[in-house]
Write a protein that binds this ligand. Structure first.
Ligand code: GMT
Length: 375
């Protein structure tokens, strides 16, 4: 199939999922066209089957906001015609499904019908989409999609609760290419980050308030009182500065490394012993899955889709949002001795296998085929 993929090309999980999906589909013989405003961060390999088309949005001083949706829908029209794309897969209802619908209508004027599949990732539904300003547009874009998928059962339920949805929503969970996280590094170079007796704890996100970054710092503060440890903070976002301030206040700056954004997540996870994901809400928690695939157990909140990913007492522990005391105790429980830690590391890897890319991508192929058959 010739498939157009539209996503946010940033470090967020939805961009990663869209990119990995496109790459895997290309390996399975499909022709993939990424259409977005920047080359997706994990899209390193362009080739015969993988193409990238940039959406240009020229700055025009008259406009306070540049009309990205218009530029995107126009680009979709051009690319569908030029490359004979058969189906679009858009990640995020807003603005991508909205733009895809406009492209579909414009192409119909030329006698071309392009169906589109929308995948919901969370923020568009739980945080932004349910805001009254956006709600009509999100509801409309979901209802006009030829097929809709959600990355967890929890997100599916949230969508049906918050919006008046007439479509079926199929759950296709996020996935992981286990080979990419099955460390081929002969040495994780752990010694660069910590001493022999120290444990390494990691958090990766875009440091938005929803990630409860200060809870991460507080939990680490509690852990390091009992177990010598270092904290790796990977990512960039608005909560980084308050987090650095809290580290100074608690006197732990020497034990906390702020990396900024990184393309070497696999390397960082390779030397990690424990992963923290304490978000207020999370439709799935792809970073937790990446950690588990690297054999890193997870301490998480029990919100949204996280319980579908992290299994209580097996791949880690889950607590109520904000229950830093319990999260700290559970972290210490995992890290307290080498035998327990090793068991949790093995379990984490085993849990990640449930999300093997090889089982999930065919589900998307089936959706594309069914959508094409029905139109
Ligand atoms: O919240 C983020 O980190 C970014 C956001 C995104 O759009 O990439 O993540 C959402 O989609 C990911 C991929 O499906 C999920 O793993 C995240 O849980 C989800 N974030 C939220 O629901 C807050």
């Amino acid at each position: 199939m010739k498939i157009g993929i539209v996503c946010y090309p940033t470090f967020g999980g939805s961009g990663v999922v869209a990119t990995e999906l496109g790459l895997e589909l290309s390996k399975r013989g499909h022709n993939i066209h990424f259409i977005t405003y920047n080359q997706p961060v994990r899209l390193e390999l362009l080739g015969n089957n993988v193409h990238y088309h940039e959406v240009n949005v020229p700055e025009y001083p008259l406009f306070h906001y540049q009309p990205y949706e218009l530029a995107l829908s126009s680009k979709l029209v051009d690319m569908v015609k030029l490359h004979k794309i058969e189906i679009l897969h858009v990640h995020y209802a807003i603005p991508h499904a909205y733009a895809a619908y406009m492209a579909q209508k414009m192409l119909q004027e030329d006698g071309i019908y392009i169906p589109f599949v929308t995948t919901l990732h969370g923020t568009d539904i739980t945080l932004v989409g349910s805001h009254p300003f956006y709600k009509p547009a999100v509801t409309f874009s979901i209802n006009k999609s030829n097929a809709v998928t959600a990355v967890s059962e929890s997100l599916r339920e949230d969508t049906l609760r918050l919006f008046d949805i007439k479509n079926d929503i199929k759950v296709i969970t996020n996935f992981i290419d286990l080979n990419k996280f099955d460390h081929t590094f002969t040495d994780c170079q752990r010694g660069m980050m910590a001493t022999e007796d120290e444990k390494i704890i990691t958090h990766i996100s875009n440091f938005r308030p929803v990630k409860r970054i200060l809870d991460i710092i507080k939990t680490f503060y509690n852990i390091q009182k009992t177990i010598p440890a270092k904290l790796m903070m990977v990512g960039e976002g608005p909560e980084r500065e308050p987090a650095e301030r809290l580290c100074r206040k608690l006197g732990i700056t020497d034990n906390v490394v702020f990396f900024g954004n990184s393309n070497e997540i696999d390397r960082i996870l390779c030397f990690s012993d424990l992963f923290l994901l304490l978000s207020e809400t999370e439709s799935f928690g792809l970073s937790a899955l990446e950690a588990m695939a690297s054999g890193v157990p997870v301490i998480s909140s029990n919100t949204g889709g996280i319980p579908e990913v992290n299994e209580q007492g097996f791949s880690g522990f889950l607590s109520e949002v904000g229950n830093v005391e319990e999260m700290s105790k559970n972290a210490i429980k995992i890290l307290q001795d080498e035998t327990t830690l090793k068991q949790f590391k093995n379990n984490a890897k085993e849990q990640a296998r449930k999300f093997d890319i090889a089982n999930i991508v065919p589900q998307y192929e089936a959706i594309y085929e069914e959508t094409l058959r029905n139109c």
